[in-house]
Design a protein around this ligand. Structure first.
Ligand SMILES: [Cu+2]
Length: 153
């Protein structure tokens, strides 16, 4: 009897750890050149994570930062703004899409996209339209990447 109880407790503990306690940290690097040869990039530029997870933006190369794009994160989510060359860890609690930029390289298309859980809404297309050309094009690519990832079996 005692043994069974112990096993059941272990099972419950494992369940708890896999949900809330074990929120995962992911890393996104800030780069002058990514592994495919694109200049001024986040890598991975698109990432899907679970609600409660964190992302650490790593200043692998200098002169970059990570800052939430206005109007392009979920309504109830908190915006973040890293300083240049600063390693910053951001937690993502609300499901949804979060687009962000490197402030000095926005016009060069240095943007990234985070998908948290299963978003109920798409990015605000009016806010996407306002971005500089290269940033809008890159973000559109990342949204397509998110869509094809969610269609995969
Ligand atoms: Cu940059």
């Amino acid at each position: 009897m005692k043994k069974e109880f112990f096993a059941a407790s272990l099972g419950a503990a494992a369940l708890l750890m896999s949900s809330s306690v074990m929120a995962e940290d992911h890393q996104v690097q800030m780069l002058n050149k990514d592994s495919t040869g694109r200049t001024m990039q986040f890598e991975p530029a698109f990432i899907k994570i679970a609600p409660g997870d964190t992302i650490t933006f790593v200043p692998t190369d200098k002169t970059h930062n990570s800052e939430a794009l206005p109007g392009l994160i979920p309504e109830n989510a908190e915006a973040w703004k890293g300083k240049i060359n600063q390693e910053i860890t951001v937690s993502f609690d609300e499901a949804g899409f979060y687009a962000y930029k490197c402030t000095p390289h926005l016009a060069m298309g240095m943007v990234g996209l985070v998908q948290v859980g299963e978003p109920m809404e798409d990015l605000d297309s009016a806010a996407v339209e306002k971005l500089p050309n290269k940033a809008r094009e890159r973000l559109t690519e990342l949204v397509a990447e998110a869509e094809s990832a969610s269609e995969a079996p």
